[in-house]
Design a binder for this molecule. Sequence first.
Ligand SMILES: [Fe+2]
Length: 142
Amino acid sequence: MDAALERMLNLLLESERAGVAVLDALAAEVKHPDLKLLLLDAREEESRNAGALERLVREGGGTPSAATGPFAGKVAAVGTMRGRLTLLIRGQEWVARKIEETLALAPESGPIHDYLQKMANRHRHEIEWVRAELIRLMDTIG
Ligand SMILES: [Fe+2]
């Protein structure tokens, strides 16, 4: 597999692993049931993504990274739940941009392209959803 593509897929893999840790921590803290469900659902998706990316790198002849990205520590360092959720959205936007960059390096068709496309759509959806929930719950999450 192309070295630049492998590097980007591994960056996404590390980021999705970090996402699982972040969402685990946030879901444990959040009291509002709708928001908790949203976060747990997103956590499952991140976990699925990490597994799929690992497989795609391996099947493409590359070596999946064993590392986890630094995002969880950054989120934990923020003092308020609203601040942590806002940073979560920013993190998802960052990943969405990285997915587009990775798509540009991937073959125009095939399993890597298809999975990244799905991930891109899902991330866009999630960003809008968390943003809408934040507005809706602004008074209750502190
Ligand atoms: Fe993600």
